[in-house]
Design a protein around this ligand. Sequence first.
Ligand code: SF4
Length: 316
Amino acid sequence: MAVVLDIAGKPARHPEKAGRPDTPAAKKPDWIRVKAPVSKGFLETQQIVRSNGLHTVCEEAGCPNIGECWEKKHATFMVMGDTCTRACAFCNVKTGLPGPLDPAEPIRVAEATAKLGLAHVVVTSVDRDDLDDGGAGHFAEVIRAIRTRCKATTIEVLTPDFLRKQGAVETVVAARPDVFNHNLETVPSKYLTVRPGARYFASIRLLQRVKEIDPAMFTKSGIMVGLGEQRNEILQVMDDLRSADVDFLTIGQYLQPTRKHHEVVRFVPPDEFKAYEAIAYAKGFHMVSASPLTRSSHHAGEDFARLKAARIALTR
Ligand code: SF4
Protein backbone atom coordinates (compact mmCIF):
# COMPACT_ATOMS: atom_id res chain seq x y z
CA MET A 1 0.00 0.00 0.00
CA ALA A 2 1.32 3.46 -0.87
CA VAL A 3 1.41 5.54 2.28
CA VAL A 4 2.37 9.19 2.37
CA LEU A 5 3.89 9.99 5.74
CA ASP A 6 4.69 13.26 7.41
CA ILE A 7 8.33 14.06 6.75
CA ALA A 8 10.53 15.74 9.35
CA GLY A 9 11.47 19.31 8.45
CA LYS A 10 8.55 19.69 6.01
CA PRO A 11 5.18 21.16 6.95
CA ALA A 12 2.97 18.41 8.44
CA ARG A 13 0.42 16.98 6.01
CA HIS A 14 -2.06 16.80 8.89
CA PRO A 15 -1.21 19.58 11.36
CA GLU A 16 -4.43 18.95 13.29
CA LYS A 17 -3.38 15.34 13.92
CA ALA A 18 0.32 15.89 14.64
CA GLY A 19 -0.08 16.21 18.43
CA ARG A 20 -2.39 13.23 18.81
CA PRO A 21 -1.17 9.99 20.39
CA ASP A 22 -0.37 7.19 17.97
CA THR A 23 -3.17 4.74 17.27
CA PRO A 24 -2.45 0.99 17.26
CA ALA A 25 -1.21 -0.37 13.92
CA ALA A 26 -2.90 -3.68 13.17
CA LYS A 27 -1.17 -6.31 11.00
CA LYS A 28 -2.97 -6.80 7.70
CA PRO A 29 -4.57 -10.19 7.14
CA ASP A 30 -3.65 -12.48 4.23
CA TRP A 31 -6.67 -11.45 2.19
CA ILE A 32 -5.35 -7.88 1.80
CA ARG A 33 -2.75 -8.29 -0.91
CA VAL A 34 -1.99 -5.58 -3.45
CA LYS A 35 -0.03 -5.33 -6.68
CA ALA A 36 3.27 -3.46 -6.44
CA PRO A 37 3.34 -0.19 -8.43
CA VAL A 38 6.17 -1.09 -10.81
CA SER A 39 4.67 -1.77 -14.27
CA LYS A 40 5.27 0.09 -17.56
CA GLY A 41 1.61 1.19 -17.56
CA PHE A 42 2.03 2.58 -14.05
CA LEU A 43 4.99 4.72 -15.12
CA GLU A 44 3.16 5.96 -18.23
CA THR A 45 0.14 6.94 -16.13
CA GLN A 46 2.42 8.71 -13.67
CA GLN A 47 4.08 10.62 -16.50
CA ILE A 48 0.72 11.78 -17.93
CA VAL A 49 -0.52 12.87 -14.49
CA ARG A 50 2.71 14.75 -13.71
CA SER A 51 3.12 16.40 -17.13
CA ASN A 52 -0.42 17.80 -16.87
CA GLY A 53 0.21 19.13 -13.37
CA LEU A 54 -2.64 17.12 -11.85
CA HIS A 55 -3.32 15.46 -8.52
CA THR A 56 -4.90 12.05 -8.10
CA VAL A 57 -6.72 10.61 -5.14
CA CYS A 58 -4.91 7.37 -5.98
CA GLU A 59 -1.66 8.93 -4.70
CA GLU A 60 -2.93 11.47 -2.19
CA ALA A 61 -5.15 9.01 -0.34
CA GLY A 62 -2.52 6.24 -0.50
CA CYS A 63 -4.94 3.92 -2.32
CA PRO A 64 -3.94 0.23 -2.10
CA ASN A 65 -5.13 -0.40 -5.68
CA ILE A 66 -2.77 2.04 -7.39
CA GLY A 67 -0.50 -0.70 -8.80
CA GLU A 68 -3.43 -2.45 -10.46
CA CYS A 69 -5.33 0.64 -11.63
CA TRP A 70 -2.41 2.62 -13.00
CA GLU A 71 -1.08 -0.39 -14.88
CA LYS A 72 -4.39 -0.21 -16.79
CA LYS A 73 -4.11 3.60 -17.01
CA HIS A 74 -7.08 4.13 -14.72
CA ALA A 75 -6.47 7.17 -12.54
CA THR A 76 -8.94 9.21 -10.51
CA PHE A 77 -8.26 12.93 -10.75
CA MET A 78 -8.51 15.06 -7.63
CA VAL A 79 -9.24 18.66 -8.60
CA MET A 80 -9.09 22.02 -6.80
CA GLY A 81 -5.67 21.43 -5.30
CA ASP A 82 -4.08 18.92 -2.95
CA THR A 83 -5.17 20.56 0.32
CA CYS A 84 -8.49 19.84 2.02
CA THR A 85 -10.39 22.14 4.39
CA ARG A 86 -11.76 19.21 6.41
CA ALA A 87 -9.82 16.92 8.72
CA CYS A 88 -11.46 13.50 8.54
CA ALA A 89 -9.87 10.89 10.79
CA PHE A 90 -9.59 8.27 8.02
CA CYS A 91 -8.21 10.37 5.17
CA ASN A 92 -4.62 10.87 4.08
CA VAL A 93 -5.22 13.93 1.89
CA LYS A 94 -3.24 16.95 3.14
CA THR A 95 -5.23 19.38 5.30
CA GLY A 96 -4.94 23.15 5.60
CA LEU A 97 -5.92 26.30 3.77
CA PRO A 98 -5.94 25.65 -0.01
CA GLY A 99 -4.75 28.08 -2.70
CA PRO A 100 -6.97 29.72 -5.32
CA LEU A 101 -8.61 27.61 -8.03
CA ASP A 102 -6.67 27.10 -11.25
CA PRO A 103 -8.97 28.07 -14.15
CA ALA A 104 -6.84 26.02 -16.58
CA GLU A 105 -7.23 22.81 -14.58
CA PRO A 106 -10.42 21.62 -16.36
CA ILE A 107 -8.62 21.69 -19.73
CA ARG A 108 -5.66 19.77 -18.30
CA VAL A 109 -7.97 17.13 -16.79
CA ALA A 110 -9.61 16.73 -20.21
CA GLU A 111 -6.20 16.50 -21.88
CA ALA A 112 -5.00 13.81 -19.45
CA THR A 113 -8.30 11.90 -19.90
CA ALA A 114 -7.65 11.86 -23.65
CA LYS A 115 -4.00 10.81 -23.26
CA LEU A 116 -4.91 7.97 -20.90
CA GLY A 117 -7.62 6.87 -23.35
CA LEU A 118 -10.22 6.65 -20.58
CA ALA A 119 -13.64 5.35 -21.63
CA HIS A 120 -14.93 6.32 -18.18
CA VAL A 121 -13.29 8.97 -16.02
CA VAL A 122 -13.76 9.59 -12.31
CA VAL A 123 -13.17 13.10 -10.99
CA THR A 124 -13.14 13.89 -7.30
CA SER A 125 -11.92 16.84 -5.25
CA VAL A 126 -10.76 18.00 -1.90
CA ASP A 127 -13.37 19.70 0.28
CA ARG A 128 -13.40 23.43 -0.41
CA ASP A 129 -15.44 24.91 2.42
CA ASP A 130 -13.57 28.18 1.75
CA LEU A 131 -15.33 28.70 -1.60
CA ASP A 132 -18.82 30.21 -1.82
CA ASP A 133 -20.08 27.36 -3.99
CA GLY A 134 -17.88 24.65 -2.44
CA GLY A 135 -16.24 24.20 -5.84
CA ALA A 136 -19.43 23.16 -7.66
CA GLY A 137 -18.76 25.56 -10.52
CA HIS A 138 -15.29 24.12 -10.99
CA PHE A 139 -16.70 20.58 -11.12
CA ALA A 140 -19.09 21.77 -13.82
CA GLU A 141 -16.21 23.29 -15.78
CA VAL A 142 -14.28 20.02 -15.57
CA ILE A 143 -17.29 18.05 -16.83
CA ARG A 144 -17.78 20.45 -19.75
CA ALA A 145 -14.08 20.37 -20.69
CA ILE A 146 -14.05 16.55 -20.74
CA ARG A 147 -17.27 16.44 -22.81
CA THR A 148 -15.73 18.80 -25.35
CA ARG A 149 -12.36 17.00 -25.61
CA CYS A 150 -13.45 13.35 -25.14
CA LYS A 151 -16.92 13.00 -26.61
CA ALA A 152 -17.27 9.25 -25.99
CA THR A 153 -15.98 9.26 -22.42
CA THR A 154 -18.53 8.78 -19.65
CA ILE A 155 -18.01 10.93 -16.56
CA GLU A 156 -18.38 10.10 -12.89
CA VAL A 157 -18.04 12.78 -10.23
CA LEU A 158 -17.29 11.94 -6.62
CA THR A 159 -18.16 15.14 -4.82
CA PRO A 160 -17.82 16.58 -1.32
CA ASP A 161 -21.04 17.08 0.64
CA PHE A 162 -21.42 20.78 -0.32
CA LEU A 163 -22.62 21.37 3.25
CA ARG A 164 -24.38 24.74 3.56
CA LYS A 165 -23.56 25.60 -0.09
CA GLN A 166 -26.91 26.59 -1.54
CA GLY A 167 -27.32 25.68 -5.21
CA ALA A 168 -24.09 23.66 -5.42
CA VAL A 169 -25.63 20.28 -6.19
CA GLU A 170 -27.89 21.88 -8.81
CA THR A 171 -24.81 23.36 -10.54
CA VAL A 172 -23.07 19.99 -10.77
CA VAL A 173 -26.19 18.10 -11.92
CA ALA A 174 -26.83 20.74 -14.60
CA ALA A 175 -23.45 19.88 -16.14
CA ARG A 176 -24.80 16.31 -16.70
CA PRO A 177 -22.23 13.88 -15.33
CA ASP A 178 -23.20 10.26 -16.04
CA VAL A 179 -22.75 9.21 -12.41
CA PHE A 180 -23.08 11.38 -9.32
CA ASN A 181 -21.20 9.76 -6.46
CA HIS A 182 -20.99 11.00 -2.91
CA ASN A 183 -19.62 8.74 -0.19
CA LEU A 184 -21.22 8.48 3.24
CA GLU A 185 -17.90 6.93 4.38
CA THR A 186 -19.29 5.45 7.62
CA VAL A 187 -22.39 4.85 9.73
CA PRO A 188 -24.04 7.80 11.54
CA SER A 189 -22.78 6.85 15.03
CA LYS A 190 -19.17 7.24 13.82
CA TYR A 191 -19.53 10.65 12.20
CA LEU A 192 -18.27 12.69 15.16
CA THR A 193 -15.03 10.73 15.38
CA VAL A 194 -14.50 9.72 11.74
CA ARG A 195 -16.04 12.52 9.67
CA PRO A 196 -16.54 15.37 12.15
CA GLY A 197 -17.08 18.18 9.64
CA ALA A 198 -19.93 16.36 7.89
CA ARG A 199 -23.54 15.58 8.75
CA TYR A 200 -24.96 12.17 7.90
CA PHE A 201 -28.43 13.32 6.85
CA ALA A 202 -27.02 16.21 4.83
CA SER A 203 -25.12 13.63 2.78
CA ILE A 204 -28.22 11.46 2.34
CA ARG A 205 -30.17 14.57 1.35
CA LEU A 206 -27.53 15.53 -1.23
CA LEU A 207 -27.94 12.16 -2.95
CA GLN A 208 -31.71 12.37 -2.77
CA ARG A 209 -31.61 15.88 -4.28
CA VAL A 210 -29.64 14.62 -7.30
CA LYS A 211 -32.48 12.20 -8.11
CA GLU A 212 -35.11 14.91 -7.56
CA ILE A 213 -33.42 17.15 -10.10
CA ASP A 214 -32.65 14.42 -12.63
CA PRO A 215 -34.34 11.06 -11.96
CA ALA A 216 -32.34 9.47 -14.81
CA MET A 217 -28.94 10.32 -13.35
CA PHE A 218 -27.12 7.38 -11.77
CA THR A 219 -26.26 7.88 -8.10
CA LYS A 220 -23.69 6.05 -6.07
CA SER A 221 -22.37 6.04 -2.52
CA GLY A 222 -19.97 4.07 -0.40
CA ILE A 223 -18.87 3.25 3.10
CA MET A 224 -15.78 1.80 4.73
CA VAL A 225 -16.05 -0.97 7.29
CA GLY A 226 -13.65 -1.82 10.11
CA LEU A 227 -14.06 1.49 11.96
CA GLY A 228 -16.02 -0.03 14.84
CA GLU A 229 -19.47 0.05 13.26
CA GLN A 230 -22.12 -2.60 13.97
CA ARG A 231 -23.75 -4.83 11.37
CA ASN A 232 -27.24 -3.44 12.06
CA GLU A 233 -25.91 0.08 11.47
CA ILE A 234 -24.64 -0.94 8.03
CA LEU A 235 -28.05 -2.38 7.18
CA GLN A 236 -29.65 0.91 8.30
CA VAL A 237 -27.29 2.85 6.01
CA MET A 238 -28.41 0.63 3.13
CA ASP A 239 -32.05 1.43 3.90
CA ASP A 240 -31.32 5.15 4.15
CA LEU A 241 -29.54 5.11 0.79
CA ARG A 242 -32.37 3.19 -0.84
CA SER A 243 -34.81 5.78 0.59
CA ALA A 244 -32.80 8.35 -1.35
CA ASP A 245 -33.09 6.10 -4.44
CA VAL A 246 -29.33 5.53 -4.68
CA ASP A 247 -28.47 3.00 -7.40
CA PHE A 248 -24.99 1.77 -6.57
CA LEU A 249 -23.38 0.92 -3.22
CA THR A 250 -19.69 0.28 -2.56
CA ILE A 251 -18.35 -1.23 0.67
CA GLY A 252 -14.61 -1.59 1.33
CA GLN A 253 -12.25 -2.22 4.23
CA TYR A 254 -10.86 0.87 5.99
CA LEU A 255 -7.05 0.89 6.02
CA GLN A 256 -5.13 3.20 8.33
CA PRO A 257 -2.90 5.65 6.36
CA THR A 258 -0.64 6.53 9.34
CA ARG A 259 -0.65 5.99 13.10
CA LYS A 260 -2.11 9.48 13.54
CA HIS A 261 -5.27 8.32 11.78
CA HIS A 262 -8.22 6.32 13.10
CA GLU A 263 -7.29 2.79 14.06
CA VAL A 264 -8.52 -0.26 12.17
CA VAL A 265 -10.89 -1.74 14.72
CA ARG A 266 -11.43 -4.89 12.70
CA PHE A 267 -10.46 -6.49 9.40
CA VAL A 268 -13.75 -7.72 7.97
CA PRO A 269 -13.33 -11.12 6.30
CA PRO A 270 -14.27 -11.57 2.61
CA ASP A 271 -17.31 -13.76 3.32
CA GLU A 272 -18.88 -10.93 5.36
CA PHE A 273 -18.48 -8.61 2.39
CA LYS A 274 -20.24 -11.25 0.24
CA ALA A 275 -23.09 -11.33 2.77
CA TYR A 276 -23.39 -7.51 2.69
CA GLU A 277 -23.46 -7.64 -1.10
CA ALA A 278 -26.33 -10.15 -1.11
CA ILE A 279 -28.30 -8.09 1.44
CA ALA A 280 -27.74 -4.87 -0.52
CA TYR A 281 -29.03 -6.46 -3.72
CA ALA A 282 -32.05 -7.76 -1.80
CA LYS A 283 -32.71 -4.20 -0.60
CA GLY A 284 -32.92 -2.99 -4.19
CA PHE A 285 -29.54 -1.55 -5.21
CA HIS A 286 -28.98 -2.02 -8.95
CA MET A 287 -25.27 -2.49 -8.44
CA VAL A 288 -23.15 -3.44 -5.43
CA SER A 289 -19.41 -3.79 -5.03
CA ALA A 290 -18.33 -5.12 -1.65
CA SER A 291 -14.90 -6.57 -0.95
CA PRO A 292 -11.89 -5.72 1.21
CA LEU A 293 -10.23 -3.71 -1.57
CA THR A 294 -13.36 -2.12 -3.00
CA ARG A 295 -12.92 1.62 -3.42
CA SER A 296 -15.51 3.90 -5.00
CA SER A 297 -13.47 4.39 -8.16
CA HIS A 298 -12.08 0.85 -8.41
CA HIS A 299 -13.25 -0.75 -11.69
CA ALA A 300 -15.60 2.23 -12.04
CA GLY A 301 -15.80 1.92 -15.85
CA GLU A 302 -16.75 -1.78 -15.89
CA ASP A 303 -19.15 -1.24 -13.02
CA PHE A 304 -20.84 1.66 -14.80
CA ALA A 305 -21.47 -0.57 -17.83
CA ARG A 306 -23.02 -3.20 -15.54
CA LEU A 307 -25.08 -0.55 -13.76
CA LYS A 308 -26.54 0.69 -17.07
CA ALA A 309 -27.31 -2.88 -18.13
CA ALA A 310 -29.03 -3.57 -14.79
CA ARG A 311 -31.30 -0.55 -15.20
CA ILE A 312 -32.19 -1.49 -18.78
CA ALA A 313 -33.02 -5.05 -17.66
CA LEU A 314 -35.34 -3.66 -14.98
CA THR A 315 -37.27 -1.50 -17.44
CA ARG A 316 -37.92 -4.32 -19.91
S1 SF4 B 1 -9.24 2.39 -6.76
FE1 SF4 B 1 -9.61 4.51 -7.42
S2 SF4 B 1 -8.32 5.76 -6.08
FE2 SF4 B 1 -7.58 3.65 -5.94
S3 SF4 B 1 -5.94 3.54 -7.47
FE3 SF4 B 1 -7.83 2.82 -8.45
S4 SF4 B 1 -8.64 4.64 -9.47
FE4 SF4 B 1 -7.14 5.36 -7.96
